[in-house]
Design a protein around this ligand. Structure first.
Ligand SMILES: Cc1cc2nc3c(=O)[nH]c(=O)nc-3n(C[C@H](O)[C@H](O)[C@H](O)COP(=O)(O)OP(=O)(O)OC[C@H]3O[C@@H](n4cnc5c(N)ncnc54)[C@H](O)[C@@H]3O)c2cc1C
Length: 416
């Protein structure tokens, strides 16, 4: 998406460019498939939302009529019971006993941990402080550890601190206003890839598909990508891939690149001939023992057109540099775990399709920020501009990428 967003911004300014894409199709994580009338976001279910109205207007204009606006309804499954999510917005809906214990543990955590608050950097500590021991232990820490495949004490809380507002004690007693803003956009047809397709419509001929970047070099004021000469470069490649392609960058960062961490993602697209088994956009599954899946989404509940049945997408993360052992037996195991949680009825399944993505999440562990800064500074010293989730090495979403693409391209225009 970052390459396409940059292309869109460059094309709007009549600047000539080329995009190198290693896959035979565009979209990256925002790829979708349509099969036998079913639509799936294969890089995990994606929705569009932004705190910036201009970004939403931009997205809506790009998608034209092909857009649905739905309420984002998420749940977290605990002991076979759905709790509306984010918990911070729905605390007043917890059963009375559960709510009382959660309030008590939050008040206790705030008192006990108040003095340490400012120094807190690890995720486990921050979750305990922010949500109280009970909610942290029951929901947040297990989910974080299942998703990240790391102990929450090893993860940096900073990225989450910036986006997750701490619950107010009063939200335990009355419904939160946060609910009003939980509306999201999704293409009505074509899945999330429809956004990439629309944005790229006017410059398809400038995209080299199935063309991985293998060599990048700066010579004087020129940049050579796979031997082709350019005035400037915006890299959306994962930083290790960029460093691997650019000897000059490698000499600046040394062996530090090996310590950058990522998570890979396996998804299972599940087509059923039955109506949706749940009425949430998606369901989080924090328990490690219940299922390998940490989230299952229902494309129908995002307004995706489907007259035949239901399109479900199950997500499983796995450590980068390992191979996910996709097999029929594993798919059966995944499906039966979801069936036990009543999230799918196996007798209604028409087909399943697995996919894997080597780069899905940037892992910011306690050294992550320092390593990121080192790489960003080294790239800047060579005049290489970075963009995207893996290009900038942070948990960027689509809206942020669209905004940053404008900034990066605007900056190029000023310089050249
Ligand atoms: C499960 C999941 C759910 C998400 N849900 C949402 C959501 O609901 N809303 C939201 O806004 N964001 C969401 N995101 C985040 C969103 O997917 C990313 O922000 C966005 O797709 C990142 O785009 P990108 O271009 O930076 O990276 P990518 O999409 O990974 O694209 C990188 C591209 O670089 C290409 N590439 C790699 N190596 C080379 C090479 N050597 N040469 C040439 N090309 C190369 C890849 O093929 C790929 O196309 C989600 C992410 C995940 C994992």
């Amino acid at each position: 998406m970052a390459g396409i967003a940059a292309g869109r911004a460059l094309a709007a300014r009549n600047i000539d460019f080329r995009i190198f894409e290693s896959n035979p199709t565009i979209g990256g994580l925002c790829r979708s498939i349509e099969r036998d009338g079913y639509t799936f976001d294969i890089g995990g279910c994606h929705v569009l939302h932004s705190r910036t109205p201009q970004t939403m207007t931009f997205v809506a204009a790009a998608l034209d009529q092909n857009i649905n606006r739905t309420e984002r309804r998420a749940s977290i499954l605990h002991q076979q019971t759905h709790h509306s999510f984010p918990l911070a917005s729905f605390l007043s809906e917890l059963p009375m006993r559960e709510r009382t214990m959660a309030v008590a543990s939050l008040a206790w955590a705030r008192l006990r941990l108040r003095r340490e608050k400012n120094g807190t950097t690890d995720l486990a500590h921050w979750l305990r402080y922010t949500f109280g021991e009970r909610l942290a232990r029951q929901h947040y820490i297990p989910y974080a550890e299942k998703l990240w495949k790391l102990s929450a004490t090893e993860l940096d809380a900073q990225p989450l601190r910036l986006v997750v507002p701490p619950p107010r004690l009063r939200s335990f007693f009355r419904k939160s206003d946060c609910r009003r803003s939980h509306y999201v956009l999704h293409p009505a047809s074509g899945g999330i890839q429809a956004l990439a397709e629309c944005l790229a419509a006017t410059f398809r001929n400038r995209i080299y598909l199935a063309t991985p970047v293998t060599a990048l070099e700066r010579r004087g004021n020129r940049y050579f990508v796979n031997g082709e000469s350019f005035d400037g470069v915006i890299s959306t490649l994962p930083l290790p891939t960029l460093v691997g392609a650019c000897t000059q960058l490698r000499s600046l960062v040394g062996g530090a690149t090996e310590s950058l961490r990522f998570l890979s993602l396996a998804t299972l697209s599940i087509a059923t001939h039955a109506p949706p088994p749940f009425d949430y956009s998606w369901v989080y599954i924090p328990s490690q023992t219940d299922s390998l899946v940490h989230r299952i989404s229902c494309m129908n509940n995002l307004g995706v057109a489907n007259s035949i049945g239901t399109s479900l997408v199950a997500e499983i993360t796995y450590p980068h540099h390992t191979t996910f052992p996709i097999s029929k037996a594993l798919i059966r195991r995944v499906v039966s775990s979801l069936a036990a949680l009543r999230l799918v009825d196996p007798s209604t399944i028409q087909f399943t399709i697995p996919h894997t993505f080597s780069h899905a999440y940037v892992v910011i562990d306690l050294r992550g920020q320092e390593l990121r800064t080192l790489h960003l500074q080294a790239a800047a010293s060579l005049g290489i501009r970075l963009l995207g989730r893996f290009g900038e090495h942070r948990q960027a979403n689509i809206d942020e990428i669209l905004r940053n693409a404008e900034t990066v391209v605007g900056d190029i225009c000023k310089t050249h």
